[in-house]
Design a protein around this ligand. Structure first.
Ligand code: PLP
Length: 296
């Protein structure tokens, strides 16, 4: 029995506004292709005090992912109605310095072969280990992706840039680095270009004479365009900071003033060590970038 049962709302042709399910009862059919083949798409979002952060960015990326998989996607009105229902019914959540936090997943599965696809909204507390990363940071290792994902971008069946339910590789690399005593993995390409974390975008900062320059690898080069990275860069532009889009190499991370792994629920995890080498961190910049996320 798990500590806290998530709240689950299902959207389908019978319930376009969403229907609350009893999550202690079976929900997934054993022939569901989201489950048996990872054939579906998802988003993971942060909700603070009842407000989902960056919802338009997540809905836009979910729509893009669904188009790449040619799978049905409930419209924005359906998602919003189902989200309201799920959040009203959700348990307490996790209390942090930001407020009352929940993790909110949107998921579309192709479903059972003879039936229709469906959507789920799943609301659960944020794990304490995720919150801890925001302050304690993470140690990371650079690992090759195996082939250059930029090569996939013209081959639509390779689903480059889609956030699909097939996350076994992303989970496997995390298990691998943990056997080596690190917490996170950063993928690099065959030319040693920095790509992305297992479940995060890489952001690098340099303090310059005129302010701050932040950079990230080219978002459309076979990696997932991060909504957190996008919102932070919008904030940086508003501040008049310089922003750059790769290419970044390991040496750029080693000599940066700060490096973070950024994703929607963890927000920003400062990378304190890369391949065993200590990296510079900057608490003030972490706070400023976190603040950019409050409203974007
Ligand atoms: N890259 C990958 C592979 C991810 O899985 C994620 C998030 O899960 C991200 C980047 C960061 O995306 P976002 O900031 O939208 O959460």
């Amino acid at each position: 029995m798990r500590a806290m049962t998530p709240t689950v709302v299902r959207i389908d042709a019978h319930s376009p506004q969403g229907r609350l399910l009893d999550a202690s009862q079976p929900i997934i059919d054993v022939e569901d292709e989201g489950y048996t083949r990872g054939d579906g798409v998802f988003e993971t979002m942060l909700c603070v005090d009842g407000a989902v952060r960056k919802l338009p960015r997540h809905l836009a990326r979910l729509d893009h992912s669904a188009q790449l998989l040619q799978v049905w996607n409930p419209g924005e009105d359906s998602w919003r109605a189902a989200l309201d229902l799920a959040l009203q019914s959700a348990a307490e959540g996790t209390t942090t310095s930001l407020g009352r936090e929940h993790t909110v997943k949107l998921l579309v599965s192709r479903g059972v072969p003879s039936e229709q696809p469906y959507g789920l909204v799943i609301v659960s507390p944020v794990p304490a280990s995720t919150i801890t990363q925001r302050t304690d940071g993470v140690t990371a290792l650079l690992l090759p992706r195996g082939h250059d994902p930029a090569e996939d971008t013209s081959l639509p069946w390779l689903l480059s840039g889609a956030k699909t339910l097939s996350y076994a590789i992303n989970m496997a690399v995390l298990r691998y680095v943990r056997t080596l005593g690190a917490q996170e993995a950063v993928f690099i390409g065959t030319d040693r270009r920095i790509l992305e974390g297992a479940t995060s975008s890489v952001i690098v900062a340099h303090r310059t004479e005129s302010g701050v320059r932040i950079s990230t690898p080219e978002p459309n080069h076979g990696i997932l365009p991060g909504t957190t990275q996008g919102a932070i860069f919008a904030g940086a532009r508003d501040e008049g900071w310089e922003v750059g889009f790769g290419p970044l190499y390991p040496a750029d991370l080693m000599e940066a003033d700060a490096v973070w792994l950024a994703s929607s629920v963890r927000l920003l995890a400062p990378v304190t060590q890369l391949n065993g080498q200590a990296l510079a961190t900057d608490d003030q910049l972490t706070l400023t970038l976190t603040e950019f996320l409050r409203t974007r």
